[in-house]
Design a protein around this ligand. Sequence first.
Ligand code: C5P
Length: 402
Amino acid sequence: MQSLANKRLLLGVTGGIAAYKSADLVRRLKEIGADVQVAMTPAATHFVGPLTFQAVSGRPVRLELLDPNAEAGMGHIELARWADLLLIAPASADFIARLAHGFANDLLSTLCLATDRPIAVAPAMNRLMWRNPATRENCRILTQRGIRLWGPAAGEQACGEVGEGRMLEPLQLRDAAIAHFTTDGSLRDLKVLITAGPTREDIDPVRFISNRSTGRMGFAVADAAACAGARVTLVSGPVSLPTPPDVERIDVASAQEMYDVVMSRATAADIFIATAAVADYRPAARTEHKIKKTQETFTLTLERNPDILATVAALDHGPFTVGFAAETRNVLEYAEDKRRRKQLDMIAANQVGVPGSGFESEQNALHVLWEGGEKVLPLADKTQLGHELIALIAERYHARRH
Ligand code: C5P
């Protein structure tokens, strides 16, 4: 197990039912050496008593902005800078809104405003609150400012509904914190080019061919690469995901557009990671007007798209190339064959079509292969897996160059 020894975490707890899980999170963080100071908003105290957090953290909980006794120990400005990381878990919709707009009307929001340390937010709320355009916009503001969003996950909610908005589990948050501290610097100043998401191949002005890729894996890899100090360009097909902090994003629709953007930047890149689910074929002709249903049967002629990954891998003095292999069967065999055929430095294989992993899922498991080696990255949240994959890519990239 990795350690958080000598790391100071300020855990902000806001008002949500998931607050009860944060007591376990404190235990999990302390178990691996972290020093944890809890600060609660007044609303959070309606869900869990400060004494619980005091007992598990071993430190008195900070509750009020102008508490003379607490301020005499460590003033709030000092506390804001004491931490190596501020983690807000659970982060309510209200707190996210206040953070986005720079409020300082309680201790926790003031700490967030007064710090120059990294902030991570673990949202927890009802699925409709999460989907609401106001929350979406607030999250966009946060990520643009470099604040990290860890989660939320999808699943059953406290209100009985099912959807996206559950706080990540304590172990997933602990792993994200470990990843945050362990990958920093391994790709410092390297240029990393990443493709993500599906592509969209037009049939006529209203119809297209696409696939089930959500882009989550690629966005997690881009986020992790930026955390590791890389200068990241993310070429994304149509997805509804916020751009990770410190990542340059170029949106494209078709495989040909993705190819054109990638090829214009590939020779300057040090590492190319192809996570996109690129359509292998496109309609041979895109009609100018909507196709009418006049015929009983309809035949669509398709032609091959360029293989972006294989083209980059074949470049003279090209980047270190990493491909993905999503297969429904014979995963390893097909992946190794693909690695050799496309002359890749590395391939990450995963099984799709199984519930709980791969496309349209929060989680994934990868089996990574390279010449003379392999490593299994077991089922984990895609955020965590992105960090693990980047750590492995950094290791292999540096090993190859020495
Ligand atoms: O051959 P296959 O499509 O299974 O290979 C998958 C890998 O190749 C992925 O890394 C994907 O991003 C990449 N790819 C590509 N361009 C294509 C097809 C696949 O970059 N046209």
